[in-house]
Write a protein that binds this ligand. Structure first.
Ligand SMILES: Nc1nc2c(ncn2[C@@H]2O[C@H](COP(=O)(O)OP(=O)(O)OP(=O)(O)O)[C@@H](O)[C@H]2O)c(=O)[nH]1
Ligand SMILES: [Mg+2]
Length: 256
């Protein structure tokens, strides 16, 4: 788990080359990210000046919504998809993906709002979709990827990875949200088969995409600890995620 206020909001590396695609949307989900969201959107805007930025906010209680409203008033390409309460990160991504199809975007990048995913990596993530239908960040390629995390968190993350490999039989890092989807190559109906509304959304969706034969690119990423605020993933979420994984694996083996 990350620790509140542990690191300052990071500055972008000076050499991040901007992406000029206007057929691109970048989506993040927020629940109480007041310490991160303005800096995150600022960095994303520099990385992708023509992209539409979208935030699914679940009635955050820390002022995130007011910050978003102020930013959206100045940035016509910032869309805030507000929801009435905390409905789960997976359901936030599902709503964001539906919105992106409705708007006709060819490509959708998703990432967390807490700077564990580095905005300057977005161009590399897009490049990783070359010849693929999506790309996903992998924390298990670079030796230093999880270096700033506590030992217990690293063990938990690696156990989760092993469990998805063994139970679902897919080699990718399945539980992270840093991804780029080529929506123009992925049928919308595929998402209707993704049921989880919480963190299980990430492995369920990757499994469905892989099983449907969509080629997946992998981008080795560094995963710094969150910059500000606190984790929404409780030990209970982690345990229920594992139980969900076991149930999901059992179901797909029996019924597909
Ligand atoms: N809209 C919405 N966003 C959520 C919800 N739960 C978590 N999030 C966001 O989803 C992203 C991932 O949540 P985190 O709390 O960072 O979970 P994590 O990345 O597994 O854990 P840490 O990085 O250790 O904090 C963050 O941007 C959160 O603000 C939710 O119920 N609704
Ligand atoms: Mg996080």
């Amino acid at each position: 788990m990350s620790r509140a206020g542990e690191a300052a909001v990071p500055s972008p590396p000076p050499d991040a080359r901007p992406v000029l695609d206007s057929d691109l949307a970048i989506l993040t989900a927020t629940y109480n990210e007041a310490g991160n969201i303005e800096a995150l959107l600022g960095q994303l805007r520099r990385v992708a000046p023509a992209a539409t930025l979208a935030v699914v906010d679940d009635a955050s209680t820390d002022g995130t919504a007011a910050i978003l409203a102020g930013l959206a008033a100045r940035d016509p390409k910032l869309v805030v998809l507000g929801r009435p309460g905390k409905l789960g990160v997976g359901s936030a991504h599902k709503d964001g993906i539906r919105w992106a199809y409705d708007q006709g975007f060819a490509t959708l990048v998703t990432l967390d709002a807490d700077f564990t995913h580095i905005p300057a990596d977005v161009p590399r993530m897009l490049a990783a979709t070359e010849g693929k239908d999506l790309a996903t960040g992998s924390r298990f390629v670079l030796e230093a990827s999880l270096e700033t995390w506590s030992v217990s968190r690293r063990i938990m993350t690696r156990m989760g990875h092993l469990a998805t490999r063994l139970l679902l039989g897919i080699p990718y890092d399945c539980s992270g949200s840093f991804r780029a989807y080529r929506l123009d190559r992925i049928p919308r109906a595929l998402w209707d088969r993704v049921e989880a509304d919480d963190y299980g959304f990430f492995f369920e969706s990757l499994y469905r995409l892989h099983a449907a034969g969509h080629p997946i690119g992998e981008l080795p990423i560094l995963l710094p600890a969150r910059a500000s605020g606190s984790s929404k993933m409780s030990p209970r979420d982690a345990l229920s995620g594992l139980a969900h994984l076991a149930r999901f694996a059992w179901r797909v083996r029996r019924r597909g």
